[in-house]
Design a protein around this ligand. Structure first.
Ligand SMILES: Nc1nc2c(ncn2[C@@H]2O[C@H](COP(=O)(O)OP(=O)(O)OP(=O)(O)O)[C@@H](O)[C@H]2O)c(=O)[nH]1
Ligand SMILES: [Mg+2]
Length: 406
């Protein structure tokens, strides 16, 4: 009995290790209901003031894992702060409630579920972020509406009701911060490319759409000290994401929820199948040429967030081993058009993006063959930009105005 228990535990441990090795991100969002404390009641006859309700703060802690959030809330996904004390005849100033502090892993984003606005980006270690505000205590200067009477020991007391604490549903988002994010339609060869970069990593590759169901991260080390490309050794994190499809912004396929992991990527690597793309061999799934695939990916990205479409992109035209010489010529033409920025000229109007992505480099390769020297070279070149490319800065209103007058 005991032996089987030990065995079961060790199997579980090994399984966990395997999972860690794969670095697969299973959960990247939680929804939590928050209720800040309401203010205590004030007492009219004696001008008593109720205590303030407690606020809810999130504190960014470096040592926490995202999955700890659920454990620490004991699966209830609710956080409550205490109400303020009411004023009484013997204590005319009600005590303020204690604030509720909740530790969260560093870097998470807190979004209001109702209006989809960002409340906080918890990025500074040990900093407190106010998420829900407690209500003010009741007092005589409050509006008439907050006044109410109640009977206590046969006397009529007039009290001022404290304000209610904020009640909100928030989403906690974990976003990867990779140097390189792989973007593409299903089956384009994103995972194959990751495997070619980091051969020791276990990666699931298969000839059907949506093989990758969760984002996964690997680290590519350019270990040659003497510098294979004249560079000192360096490491880049690469995130392989599940494929998105046309209409992802309308929540087709798996939607575009995984695109959030590209928001902090320094460089986007767009992987395109040189043979084109068709999700299924059915009438409602039209065939898309490589050029159309690029335009449609560009469109989906900008519909998600225009900032993403402004990031530097490396386009990988994959599976060139499957092309004949005529197709190879047309892929080379496409490469030149992408680099020159004139690639949208031939895109049908219905597929043309608003913001054309900037293709810093275009590489033709066969990820399956593992011969990706040119691609590694391009990554090494892009590496020089990595620090400067942390995040695309929004143009401020002032800058826009200034530009208008120039
Ligand atoms: N001939 C050829 N086949 C390739 C190449 N790269 C990938 N493939 C094949 O294409 C299929 C899809 O590859 P994956 O790497 O799983 O594609 P993916 O983009 O990760 O797909 P999803 O995870 O579904 O989004 C597999 O059968 C691969 O073997 C290539 O360069 N040449
Ligand atoms: Mg994949």
């Amino acid at each position: 009995m005991r032996l089987s228990l030990i065995l079961r535990e060790s199997i579980a441990q090994v399984q966990k290790l395997i999972k860690d090795d794969l670095n697969i991100l299973k959960v990247d969002k939680y929804v939590i209901n928050l209720k800040a404390g309401s203010g205590g009641s004030g007492l009219a006859r004696y001008d008593g003031v109720g205590g303030r309700g407690g606020n809810i703060y999130f504190v960014a802690k470096p040592s926490l894992a995202f999955s700890d959030i659920k454990k620490r809330l004991k699966n209830k996904m609710k956080i409550r702060a205490e109400n303020g004390e009411s004023a009484t005849k013997t204590s005319l100033i009600g005590q303020h409630a204690k604030h509720q502090l909740f530790d969260v892993p560093i870097g998470i984003e807190v979004v209001n579920r109702t209006d989809n606005t960002l409340i906080a980006r918890c990025s500074k270690p040990f900093h407190r972020y106010m998420i829900a505000r407690g209500g003010e205590g009741g007092h005589s200067k409050m509006s008439y509406k907050s006044v109410f009477e109640y009977r206590l020991q046969k006397k009529n007391w007039i009290t001022f009701r404290g304000a209610r604490g904020e009640t909100i549903d928030v989403e906690l988002h974990l976003k990867l911060r990779p140097n390189i994010g792989l973007l593409g339609f299903p089956n384009a060869g994103k995972s194959t490319l990751l495997k070619a970069l980091v051969p020791e990593k276990s990666v699931k590759i298969a000839d059907y759409a949506f093989t990758t169901v969760n984002p996964q991260v690997a680290f590519w080390k350019n270990e040659t000290d003497d510098g294979e490309f004249g560079e000192p050794a360096f490491t880049l994190s690469v995130a392989d994401l599940p494929g998105i499809i046309e209409g992802a912004s309308m929540n087709r396929g798996k939607g575009y929820k995984f695109l959030k992991h590209l928001e902090y990527a320094d460089v986007i690597v767009m992987v395109v199948d040189c043979q084109g793309f068709q999700l299924k061999n059915e009438l409602d799934c039209p065939f898309r040429t490589p050029l159309e695939s690029i335009a449609l990916l560009n469109r989906e990205v900008e519909l998600y967030n225009e900032k993403l479409a402004k990031k530097p992109v490396v386009c990988v035209l994959n599976k060139i081993d499957t092309l004949d010489s005529e197709q190879l010529t047309s892929i080379s033409k496409l490469s030149s058009a992408l680099v020159s920025g004139k690639w949208t000229d031939e895109v049908p109007d219905t597929m043309r993006p608003k913001i054309n992505m900037r293709f810093e480099h275009v590489v033709q390769l066969s990820a399956k063959s593992g011969e990706i020297k040119q691609f590694k070279k391009v990554l090494a070149l892009m590496r020089n930009h990595l620090h400067a490319l942390q995040d695309v800065k929004e143009e401020t209103e002032r800058q826009k105005k200034v530009r208008r007058f120039i």
